[in-house]
Write a protein that binds this ligand. Structure first.
Ligand SMILES: [Zn+2]
Length: 312
């Protein structure tokens, strides 16, 4: 198989903003012009765009007629519908959205966007958090503090992260009630509209977005089951797809693969960069996370990726 097949490259976006400064230059938010430029580059570089499901089934059957790119969005940001949908329609391509399903019903936002929002909204020029003083007078200082706090919180258990976010809000003198977030997650009605538009379909991305390697077996089973239940009721009759939160090699394990297999999940996506030449490791598909500085021509034209993809 491998030697004759064309590759499937999966690109992983998150939220879409009008201007990257709106998200303090956070890696997870690209502006709408970057998305458009990326999709344009795909065809200029001689690749074709296909929906993820179609791309995967053609790859499995060895029928990909050209090197192929599929587009995904993690975390279900409403901005993907508001800003991304038009761009996808321009290029006539379908994208798969991976939802952290509990956020669809509870109206809450993801912790890392709470950090960005809090740093943008506060009137303070400096503050103390966890015994450390931070200066946030200039834009550059806010960008740096956002990165530092996210890096620290990312390795904690989800319950501890929630407590830290409350602590951060009080350190920044912010009242969080009744704030409509620009980083909102789509609700159930949004999801149904997105499905019926024909531009999007859905996969599961856990329930609470907790990193799987930090959970015990019972917690992990509940997370994955809850997420898959919601996605199967949303996308009836479609094979189930999954994307691991964070998705690096250390963020999931074979325990996850066993639970996914038991639930008849077809494939799972990582954020391990690389080209896919086959679906043999169907619970470890490779994917490039795209940030505002990611150069698509590096992702699609580098012989390094072609070579590495052949080795597995
Ligand atoms: Zn995510």
């Amino acid at each position: 198989m491998g030697l004759l097949s064309n590759p499937l490259v999966i690109l992983g976006y998150h939220g879409i903003v009008d201007d990257h400064r709106d998200a303090l230059d956070d890696f997870c938010f690209v502006d709408v012009n970057k998305l458009r430029a990326d999709l344009k580059s795909v065809s200029e570089l001689g690749w074709q765009l296909k929906g993820l499901r179609e791309g995967m089934s053609e790859l499995a059957e060895g029928k990909l007629s050209k090197p192929t790119v599929a587009i995904t969005f993690d975390d279900g940001f409403s901005s993907v519908l508001n800003r991304g949908k038009l761009v996808l329609e321009e290029f006539g391509v379908k994208a798969t959205i991976f939802l952290p399903t509990r956020f669809v019903t509870n109206g809450r936002t993801l912790w890392f966007t709470d950090v960005i929002s809090a740093l943008k909204r506060t009137k303070l020029k400096e503050f103390v958090f966890l015994g450390r003083a931070f200066r946030i007078e200039s834009y550059v200082e806010r960008v740096q503090v956002n990165r530092k706090i996210q890096n620290f919180l990312r390795c904690l258990h989800p319950i501890a992260i929630d407590e830290m976010i409350s602590e951060l809000h009080s350190s920044l003198h912010l009242n969080v009630t009744d704030v409509k977030s620009e980083f909102a997650i789509m609700n159930l009605l949004d999801c149904e509209r997105a499905m019926s538009s024909g531009v999007f379909d859905f996969g599961a991305h856990s329930a609470s977005h907790a990193i799987h390697s930090q959970m015990d077996h019972a917690e992990l089973s509940r997370e994955i089951d809850e997420s898959l239940n919601m996605i199967s009721s949303l996308s009836l009759n479609c094979p189930l797809l999954y994307a691991y939160p964070n998705g690096r090699r250390q963020d999931f394990s074979t325990r996850c693969e066993e639970i996914l297999a038991r639930n008849n999940v077809a494939c799972a996506l990582t954020t391990i960069p690389g080209w896919n030449f086959e679906l043999r490791k169907r619970f470890q598909l490779k994917r490039f996370c795209i940030g505002r500085n990611t150069n698509i021509s590096d992702v699609l034209s580098s012989w390094r990726w072609r070579f590495l993809g052949r080795l597995v």
